[in-house]
Write a protein that binds this ligand. Structure first.
Ligand code: FMN
Length: 338
């Protein structure tokens, strides 16, 4: 109901306003948006039990300030972040653009976040406050000012701090808005990153008596050969999950848009087809050895079913939620229900 009003406001203002309102609304009222009559189909993926396969993608709740409230909308899992070791302001505003006709967004937020220590304070409260008992993922990244050659140290620092409180950790090497970040997806940079994080995972799992799976989130802009190379490397390092994927730098699907020349990552409907292609390519190469989280351009239950058919075990939404509201979550849960 609020959409016509919210769409009159600049996208980032309506984003902040919506989240502030959601946080102030009692959970029992938010729960009205969630259809409790749906017989959710649970899923066991990466060794974790998901109450249903529909998740919130990273970037909406970057600082874990809202996940307890958002959980009332019926998500089976929520991914908070991207968080970096130190707080950073992100890019100058405006940095988010609404492409209404195309049911899309372009963003160049640039990992604006309050830093990992704030996020840890937020997520360490969850089990005690009787709040969200679904699966909580934490998406980690590097600070803008950290040189690429020491990027692995930023990821390691975040991983060490969030490990104890996360159900799974996502290594985000695919945002188009941190210069050079996507270079970490291949070659020696990827090997160094994965060696560092898999070694840390082993040590931390012994220290805490709990294995926290590591997922890697990739860009839809890798070509087929690079996707195969990435899949082979992920198998070799026994990565626990692959999220396919992030926003695209391509403007092919929106050439006519007045926003086509804005820098940043494109999400929503123009991404649906490419996201599904990447899921499919990965599935062919992985032979079920690593589960895939399908993300990109899910605006309805048909998109969700098609991503699943292409090979995704779990699904994540972001832009669809902006255009369709919480009804989208019910629609997908219903389509995937038992
Ligand atoms: C405004 C905005 C901010 C985002 N921030 C992040 C982020 O911090 N980390 C990340 O991994 N992905 C981020 N994403 C990407 C989404 O998680 C998702 O991968 C992408 O938007 C494709 O899904 P969608 O078409 O359902 O939106 C962001 C997307 C948007 C629109």
């Amino acid at each position: 109901m609020a959409k016509p009003l919210l769409f009159q406001l600049p996208p980032e203002v309506s984003h902040d306003l919506t989240l502030a309102t959601v946080k102030k609304t009692p959970a029992r009222l938010l729960r009205n948006f969630c259809d409790d009559s749906i017989a959710d189909k649970p899923a066991t993926v990466m060794g974790l039990n998901f109450p249903n396969p529909v998740g919130l993608a990273a970037g909406l709740d970057k600082n874990a300030d809202y996940y307890q409230s958002l959980a009332a909308l019926g998500f089976g899992f929520i991914e908070v972040g991207t968080v970096t070791p130190r707080p950073q302001p992100g890019n100058d505003k405006p940095r988010m653009f609404r492409l209404k006709k195309e049911k899309a967004l372009i963003n160049r937020m640039g990992f604006n976040n309050k830093g990992v220590d704030h996020l840890v304070r937020q997520i360490s409260q969850r089990k005690h406050s009787g709040g969200f008992d679904g699966i909580l993922g934490v998406n980690i990244g590097k600070n803008l000012t950290t040189p690429l050659s020491s990027a692995h140290e930023d990821y390691l620092a975040c991983m060490q701090k969030v490990y104890e409180h996360a159900d799974y950790i996502t290594v985000n090497i695919s945002s188009p808005n941190t210069p050079g970040l996507r270079d970490l997806q291949l070659g020696e940079s990827l090997e160094l990153l994965l060696t560092t994080l898999k070694t840390a995972q082993q040590e931390l799992s012994q220290q805490h008596g709990r294995y926290v799976p590591l997922a890697v989130k990739i860009a839809p802009d890798m070509d087929s050969e690079d996707i195969k190379l990435f899949a082979d490397t992920a198998k070799r390092y026994e990565i626990d999950g692959i999220i396919a994927g992030n926003t695209t730098s391509s403007r092919q699907a929106i050439e006519e848009s007045e926003f086509a020349s804005e820098a940043g990552g494109l999400s929503g409907e123009p991404l649906t087809h490419r996201a599904r292609q990447v899921i499919s390519l990965l599935a062919q190469r992985l032979h079920g050895e690593i589960p895939i989280v399908g993300c990109g351009g899910i605006l309805g239950s048909d998109d969700a079913l098609a991503h699943q058919k292409a090979g995704a075990s779990l699904l994540q939404v972001y832009t669809g939620l902006i255009y369709r509201g919480p009804q989208l979550i019910n629609d997908i849960r219903r389509a995937l229900s038992t």
